[in-house]
Ligand binder design. Structure first.
Ligand SMILES: N[C@@H](CCC(=O)N[C@@H](CS)C(=O)NCC(=O)O)C(=O)O
Length: 211
C-alpha cells in the first residue's frame, strides 16, 4: 500500500491524487498541513521524511520520494494502463510540454514559500502579491489556451492524461486566487469534462479536505 503525504489544498498533491486515482492505485494518506496556523510541513518530523519539506511525498515499499512529476512518471512506468501519455511520440511531446508549462513555469512562481518570501523579504502587500500571482498564471494560461487542441474530447485524445493532471489543479488554484479565466474557454471546457470523472472528482480539494 502506498502512503501519500498530502495536503488537501496543495496543487502538486492534487496532481498526485488524480494520477493515483486514474491508475486505480489504493493508497493511504497522512496529512501534512501547509496552513500557517498549524504548519506541519516545516516540522523536524516531516524534514526527516522529506528533506525538501514539500508535498507531496509518497512512501513506496518503505522508501519516501518527493516530486509529483517524477512520481507520476514512475506510476506510468510501473502501471502502463490506462496510459497517461498518447502513444504517438509527437503527441507525447506535446502533452509533456503542455504539462511542463504548469509544472515548471507557472506553479513554482506561485508556490506558498515564494509568495511568503515576497511578503517578508520585499515587503510586498497583498495587492502586489496578487499582481505577481496573476501575471505568471495568465502568461502561462495564454500559452496553454493557444496550445490546447480543440478537436478532441480531452487535450490529447479521448481520455485525460498528464496534461489534465497538471492543468486541473492549476485552474483550481487560479480560481482560489480569483483570477478571471473567461479568456480560456477551451481550458474551462476541459475542466468541466474532467469534473465528470470519478478520478478527478474524488481527488478534488473539497472532496479530501479533513473534517
Ligand atoms: N515540484 C514539486 C513542487 C512541490 C511543492 O512545491 N508543493 C507545494 C504545495 S503545492 C509545497 O510544498 N509548498 C510549500 C513550499 O513552498 O515550501 C512537485 O511537483 O512535487
Amino acid at each position: 500500500m502506498l502512503k501519500l503525504y498530502d495536503y488537501w489544498r496543495s496543487s502538486a498533491c492534487y496532481r498526485m491524487r488524480i494520477a493515483l486515482n486514474l491508475k486505480q492505485v489504493d493508497y493511504e494518506t497522512e496529512e501534512v498541513s501547509l496552513h500557517p496556523d498549524h504548519l506541519a510541513q516545516n516540522s523536524d518530523a516531516y524534514r526527516a521524511i522529506n528533506p525538501q519539506m514539500r508535498v507531496p511525498s509518497v512512501e513506496i515499499n518503505g522508501q519516501v520520494f518527493g516530486q509529483s512529476m517524477a512520481l507520476i512518471e514512475w506510476l506510468e512506468e510501473t502501471i502502463p494502463t490506462p496510459a497517461l501519455l498518447p502513444s504517438d511520440p509527437t503527441q507525447r511531446l506535446r502533452a509533456r510540454a503542455f504539462a511542463d508549462i504548469v509544472a515548471c513555469d507557472i506553479h513554482p512562481l506561485n508556490n506558498s514559500s515564494v509568495l511568503k518570501y515576497l511578503r517578508e523579504e520585499f515587503a510586498a502587500d497583498a495587492g502586489t502579491v496578487g499582481v505577481w500571482y496573476g501575471t505568471w498564471v495568465t502568461r502561462g494560461f495564454d500559452a496553454l489556451e493557444a496550445l490546447a487542441p480543440k478537436e478532441s474530447l480531452f487535450l490529447f485524445g479521448d481520455a485525460p492524461g498528464l496534461a489534465e493532471i497538471c492543468l486541473i489543479p492549476q485552474i483550481y488554484n487560479a480560481q482560489r486566487f480569483e483570477i478571471d479565466l473567461s479568456a480560456y474557454p477551451r481550458l474551462l471546457e476541459i475542466e468541466a469534462a474532467c469534473a465528470e470523472l470519478p478520478a478527478f472528482a474524488k481527488a478534488a480539494p473539497e472532496a479530501v479536505k479533513p473534517a
